[in-house]
Design a protein around this ligand. Structure first.
Ligand code: HEC
Ligand code: HEC
Length: 326
């Protein structure tokens, strides 16, 4: 009997060890995969106007919130994997992209938004124009391996012009020395990404790299352009924008409110200027203060009037859905 138990115990132990090795090697293959992506012809301008426009996009699309030290405060206050941190970065005119430890959580790993400058610890010096395009649009590093957590799934939709201007801005940043540790997925994170098919920390796995490029709508105060500006809202407010619990985010996060005109939505009582004011100040027409650590209004506040109007036009055009029909 004793011998039998010993045998069973031994087999059990061997299975556990095999399981651990299996998870390690299968996740390692995905983390070290080399992506071969055809080069895309994106013009990278260098004139002041394009650089300035790139800076505008860099701010309202949330790049600055993660890639500047503003994100660091978030990392220490964070309770879990916010794909978006978007804390209020210090307001100054110099491009802020010196990098930050965005999240350090044993359940996921260490997520470090890179120093994008050419200073010590920065990746800027090693990148070619085609490399920047691949990183931002496809989520792939200069050496072909995938970036972790960098939300390229949203930036995949950026038009050639917007992407070119953003890259022009990134290239214009003065060097800042900031040596940071490397991003890595913890063992618990590897278990999750191996066993739960819906969860990956590798955005490159979700991007149709060789598909025909989506056509970006013309700039204007139109629902179509508003949708183009709103891809990042959908991570939290859902594909239909009807809100609900955000999948894959920690249980401690509040659910996202309904942004359609359906049941449980505050928006039917708002007007365009009330909405614009909400995204500029973080206070809704109902007097509710939005918590910037969950709802990244401190990035969106940089949108200009026409951009905010386009987003409102998009919300107004949405089919009505009851709360939580993501
Ligand atoms: C949610 C936070 C977040 C946002 C928003 C974000 N990034 Fe990143 N980004 C990251 C992280 C994290 C990495 C590093 C991933 C790694 O090391 O595997 C990264 C990596 C990069 C890289 C590759 C750097 C390298 O180490 O090779 C580039 C280029 C980049 N980001 C540009 C941008 C631009 C431009 C934007 C806005 C359009 C942006 N990022 C928005 C988190 C973010
Ligand atoms: C990282 C997740 C996240 C993203 C991205 C995000 N939101 Fe939110 N949003 C939230 C959460 C969570 C709340 C509730 C915040 C609170 O209660 O403090 C919220 C609240 C709001 C509200 C207030 C609604 C109400 O009923 O009071 C509006 C309006 C809003 N978001 C619009 C947007 C728009 C427009 C975008 C994209 C441009 C966007 N959000 C992107 C998470 C997000």
């Amino acid at each position: 009997m004793k011998r039998l138990l010993k045998w069973i115990g031994g087999i059990f132990l061997a299975l556990i060890i095999l399981g651990i090795l299996g998870i390690y090697f299968s996740s390692q293959t995905r983390l070290k995969r080399i992506y071969e992506i055809s080069e895309e012809n994106v013009l990278i301008p260098a004139d002041d106007e394009s650089v300035e426009r790139g800076g505008h996009i860099f701010k309202f699309r949330g790049c600055e919130a993660c890639h500047s030290a503003g994100g660091e405060a978030y990392a220490s206050a964070s309770t879990g994997p916010g794909m978006q941190s978007h804390l209020n970065p210090p307001s100054q005119d110099v491009p802020l992209m010196e990098g930050s430890i965005y999240l350090d959580d044993p359940a996921i790993g260490r997520v470090v938004a890179s120093n994008l400058t050419t200073g010590a610890g920065g990746v800027g010096g090693g990148y070619t124009d085609a490399g920047w395009v691949r990183a931002i649009r496809h989520g792939v590093r200069m050496d072909g391996t995938p970036l972790l957590f960098m939300p390229s799934t949203e930036f995949y939709y950026l038009s050639d012009e917007d992407l070119g201007d953003v890259i022009a801005y990134v290239k214009s940043a003065p060097p800042v020395d900031n040596v940071l540790p490397k991003s890595q997925v913890s063992f618990a994170g590897r278990v999750v990404m191996t066993l739960v098919p819906q969860i990956t920390f590798i955005p490159a796995e979700l991007i149709p790299h060789e598909a025909e490029r989506p056509v970006a709508p013309a700039v204007g105060v139109t629902p179509e352009y508003g949708e183009y500006l709103s891809y990042s809202c959908k991570v939290c407010h859902g594909l239909t924008m009807s809100g609900g619990k955000i999948p894959g985010f920690p249980a401690s996060w509040p659910p996202a409110p309904n942004l359609t005109w359906g049941e449980g939505s505050a928006l039917p009582n708002w007007d365009e200027s009330g909405f614009m004011n909400t995204l500029r100040t973080g206070v809704t027409p109902d007097g509710i203060e939005l918590r910037g650590e969950y709802m990244p209004w401190t990035s969106f506040q940089h949108m200009n009037d026409d951009e905010l109007r386009a987003v409102w036009a998009y919300l107004e055009s949405l089919p009505t859905k009851a709360y939580g029909n993501r």
